[in-house]
Design a protein around this ligand. Structure first.
Ligand code: 6R9
Length: 657
């Protein structure tokens, strides 16, 4: 990685010298200042031990990190705590029972606000109900739910009784659900009849019924069903239990038990690039320490006045860490929205921001680009003046989208924090701090205080400023994954084998002249064209910098002359005519931005791109299309019809240069 093309492209991105200093008032009152970097550098473990004191421990830890058996970390191992107590009860005990924890907004427009006292009651009752269903400490519970308050309650109830949850995204198929139930050997599944999606009830329970016919799922003895849509479904007497029938009659008090800091909190499956999904295992004390700290630091959360909204699905790690555990451990008031951003109209999100006075918004680049495509006039119709911090996560955010987000959503006033992290890291790792960092559109910039990351070359040497390579994490961190569920060897092989004593994240990155980090996408996606490494992210960013392109996905397709040829799939902005002239114009545009070597061989206008639940483009499937192969695993696609649409557009023979 990191040859001529990348450097030219970076210079191009920085050409306009767009820099945004933190607003003075925010900087003056920031939760975390520049001094934190120094303190953490001088004493990293001392820094994290100090952050652990944000939590309420039943037994305070004396030990910070046990790294005697790397890469199997133990953080705060002699401490004991209850995660649900930290997220709920302690706020009530501190006199905040009447503070709203969740403003729920259903897609059809139904609403419900739960205070911390409400949450305490519901979590306690749900914990009793799980115990009545025979769930014991250590048993796994699968959660397959829409974005409704009961989902948050269910996760916290599991945490409360020490039963690790495995949340499976509600958009996944019965097969994907069955594989995950089987791998975790779940004993109970919590689901609902359905949820609202694009103006219609969308069923969930039938997928659970189907999944439980698959071999390997026999250990599931109960299915707990929340009534959300009221739609018809099969009922398995003796196995299925209505949530309202069992939960509502339970005692409203429940004494939380303290568990060891290394007690498992959850398993979350990530599909990765090959075959079997990996069950990423997170534990409690270190995880909650880092999630609570980063939510406080990176969003500068003022829990008494802020209204926070993370638009992610709870089935994604972002939902776990920054809808459930981070905000609630900090006593935040937050919005939980069930549906899609364009139902019933394309201003729905902005209507919600206006209605609740949202001050901190956390979303993904894919959503920002969709809003750009729908037009600036839509957010302009709403009062977004309550917003003070905007966050981005999930993919590299291209500078155009970053600048649009700040301007049209943030009123040219709010800092944008581009947060790099992974399911495996549990929490944020590389990001600006809103009251400290002068931001550069498109860059995640620097590791947080207490986090050590760098960019290395093939031989594991740190690259100098201005060069690119592989992103690695050089020291253990509190919310790191502990292993892959049931497969320590795969944990070693996947993350720790490529570079000695360093965690390899799988992402390409480069450092600019100031040493700030720019993410370049997954290294599996890097293309080799006539001896040059070219990052898909850079070509995509160049394409979307053209006014007629709304979104782009780029892959390298096997090519007899050049090893790989760049093949681009683009979504055009409304009104742009799709003709040969435009394709030529786009190819020339990329060549001008990045150099002739990066000029795509083929550009195909399409209506949609294949994406995962978190909005990441599934380039693997586009490569299959570009190379005329049968499609690989499509079970983690949000909408499987997308691929048929794309394939139907493909000319049978690739066009020649
Ligand atoms: C939180 C999350 C992890 C992968 C990661 C990287 C990409 C996430 C990013 C980003 C550039 C950012 N990624 N945030 N790339 N800039 N701010 O997304 O977890 O679903 O496990 O994905 O997402 O490629 O390695 P997960």
């Amino acid at each position: 990685m990191g040859d001529v093309v990348s450097n030219e492209s970076l210079a191009n991105l920085l050409r306009e010298e767009r820099r945004f200093a933190p607003p003075a008032e925010l900087a003056a009152n920031a939760n975390v200042t520049a001094e934190a970097y120094e303190r953490a550098k001088a004493d990293r473990l001392g820094f994290w031990a100090e952050q652990a004191r944000r939590l309420t421990w039943a037994t305070e830890p004396n030990e910070t990190l046990d790294w005697s058996n790397p890469p199997f970390a133990k953080w705060f191992a002699d401490g004991k705590l209850n995660v649900a107590y930290n997220c709920v009860d302690r706020h009530v005990e501190n006199g905040l029972g009447d503070r709203v924890a969740l403003h729920f907004e259903g897609e059809p427009g139904d609403t419900r606000s739960l205070t911390y006292a409400d949450l305490q009651r519901e979590v306690s009752q749900a914990a009793h109900a799980l115990t009545e269903l025979g769930v014991q400490t250590g048993d796994r519970v699968a959660i397959y739910m829409p974005m409704i308050p009961e989902t948050v309650v269910a996760m916290l109830a599991c945490a409360r009784i020490g039963a690790p949850h495995s949340v499976v995204f509600g958009g996944f198929s019965a097969d994907a659900l069955a594989t995950r139930i089987k791998d975790a050997d779940a004993r109970v599944v919590i689901t609902s009849d359905g949820g609202y999606r694009r103006g219609k009830p969308s069923a969930l329970k039938p997928a659970v019924d189907e999944a439980l016919t698959r071999p390997g799922t026999e250990d599931v003895r109960s299915v707990l069903v929340v009534r959300r849509t009221g739609q018809d479904m099969e009922w398995h007497e003796g196995r299925d239990v209505w949530w309202h029938e069992i939960v509502d009659r339970q005692p409203e008090q429940h004494t939380p038990e303290a568990f060891d800091a290394e007690h498992p909190l959850f398993i979350l499956y990530t599909s990765g690039t090959t075959g079997k999904p990996k069950g990423i295992l997170h534990t409690t004390g270190g995880y909650l320490t880092q999630i609570s700290y980063t939510h406080h630091a990176v969003f500068d959360l003022k829990p008494e006045s802020d209204v926070y909204w993370c638009t992610a699905d709870v089935g994604w790690v972002t939902g776990h860490s920054y809808i459930v555990y981070g905000p609630l451990s900090n006593g935040a008031t937050e919005v939980l929205y069930e549906g899609t951003p364009d139902t019933p109209h394309q201003g729905r999100w902005w209507e919600i921001v206006q209605k609740y006075g949202v001050s901190i918004l956390y979303t993904a680049p894919t959503a920002i680009r969709a809003c750009m495509k729908w037009g600036d006039d839509i957010p302009a119709k709403f009062d977004l003046s309550s917003l003070r911090i905007l966050g981005s996560v999930g993919e590299p955010i291209n500078p155009e989208a970053w600048v649009w987000y700040r301007k049209h959503i943030g009123g040219d006033r709010t800092p944008v924090v581009d947060t790099w992290w992974q399911t495996e890291t549990g929490g944020m790792m590389i990001t600006p701090l809103p009251g400290v960092t002068t931001t550069k559109p498109g860059s995640a910039q620097i590791p947080l205080p207490g986090i050590s990351a760098t960019v290395v070359d093939d031989e594991a040497n740190e690259v100098p400023n201005g060069a690119g390579g592989y992103l690695v994490l050089t020291e253990p961190w509190p919310s790191m994954l502990r292993t892959i569920w049931g497969d320590d060897q795969r944990y070693l092989d996947t993350y720790w084998a490529r570079f000695e004593n360093r965690y390899f994240a799988g992402d390409g990155a480069k450092k600019d002249d100031d040493g700030d980090i720019w993410l370049l996408g997954r290294v599996d996606d890097v293309m080799l064209v006539s001896g040059h490494n070219i990052s898909t992210t850079e070509v995509e960013s160049a394409l979307v910098s053209h006014p007629k392109v709304a979104e782009a996905a780029v892959v390298g397709a096997t090519d007899p002359q050049t090893t790989q040829a760049i093949c681009a799939f683009v979504i055009l902005r409304g009104g742009a005519a799709e003709d040969e002239g435009l394709v030529e114009e786009l190819r020339a545009h990329v060549a001008k931005q990045l150099g002739p070597i990066a000029k795509p061989k083929r550009i195909l206008p399409v209506a949609e791109l294949p994406k995962t639940r978190s909005g990441k483009i599934m380039r693997r499937l586009l490569r299959d299309v570009a190379e005329n192969r049968a499609l690989g695993d499509v079970t983690t696609l949000t909408d499987s019809s997308v691929m048929e649409l794309i394939q139907s557009k493909l000319p049978s023979a690739p066009s020649e240069d």
